[in-house]
Design a protein around this ligand. Structure first.
Ligand code: DC
Length: 228
């Protein structure tokens, strides 16, 4: 049993996972692993190399020479892929859509899950994704499933993209969130699914701070139980 916990945060896009896992990592001193950024990085490279997202063999070999690092610069987290800072490039709507397709490919999931297990097995990590509590670390001591209505999640994504100066449309952003939800939940391999032992938090009408405090309380309680 690792001395430090493995904290899994799953849920659909826009439920607040990124903000909350970064804030939790800062509060606990744990390392934050954004697994969505890993799948996004695969999609970005696939698009640059003009790999067809249906070409599993090509995607699998792309994953073999992929080095992903997360570095913290003040309160910003940067994603470095093969030495290049791709933090902004992986967040465009085009890459988001392509990521859903790439993330459905078994060879890609296998490679990413392996990497995630290596990064997290020693504990002291907060991993956010879709399949952390069900597939990557079913033995995680703390599992959260964050949710919110599709409309609220679309609105949050819209605000985020606008703040970055991107010219996006609210209704279209909500539609994209719904399309990605459907693809992520319906795919054959590791679909978005709540772990039976996850703590479910619906953040539709809760402030980020209120959710954060609840999560911190639950982690502290689990830490005491595990260390007893
Ligand atoms: O969390 P995000 O929006 O950055 O995720 C991007 C895409 O990657 C989304 O379509 C779901 C997929 N994903 C996944 O399949 N498994 C994960 N563990 C994390 C993300």
């Amino acid at each position: 049993m690792p001395k430090q916990l493995i904290v899994a945060i799953d849920g659909p896009s826009g439920a607040g996972k990124s903000t909350l896992s970064k804030a939790l990592a800062q509060r606990t001193g744990y390392t934050n692993i954004d697994t969505g950024a890993m799948y996004r990085s695969v999609a970005l490279l696939a698009s640059r190399r003009q790999i067809d997202p249906a070409n599993e063999a090509a995607l699998g070999s792309l994953c073999e020479d992929l080095a992903i690092d997360f570095i913290r610069e003040g309160d910003r987290e940067r994603v470095i892929v093969n030495g290049e800072d791709v933090s902004d490039a992986i967040r465009t709507p085009e890459v988001s859509l392509l990521t859903s397709r790439v993330a459905a490919c078994p060879a890609v999931r296998e490679a990413m899950v392996d990497l995630q297990r290596k990064m997290g097995e020693a504990g002291g990590v907060v991993l956010e994704g879709r399949d952390i509590g069900t597939v990557v670390f079913p033995q995680a001591q703390v599992k959260f499933f964050l949710s919110a209505t599709a409309e609220e999640r679309g609105r949050r994504r819209y605000e985020e993209l606008r703040a970055k100066g991107l010219d996006v449309d609210l209704q279209q952003t909500i539609a994209e969130v719904e399309a990605r939800d459907a693809a992520d939940s319906a795919r054959e391999h590791a679909p978005l699914k709540q772990a039976a032992d996850a703590v479910v938090i619906d953040s539709t009408r809760m402030s980020i701070d209120a959710v954060l405090e609840e999560m911190v309380r639950i982690i502290a309680r689990r830490r005491e139980e595990v260390m007893e």
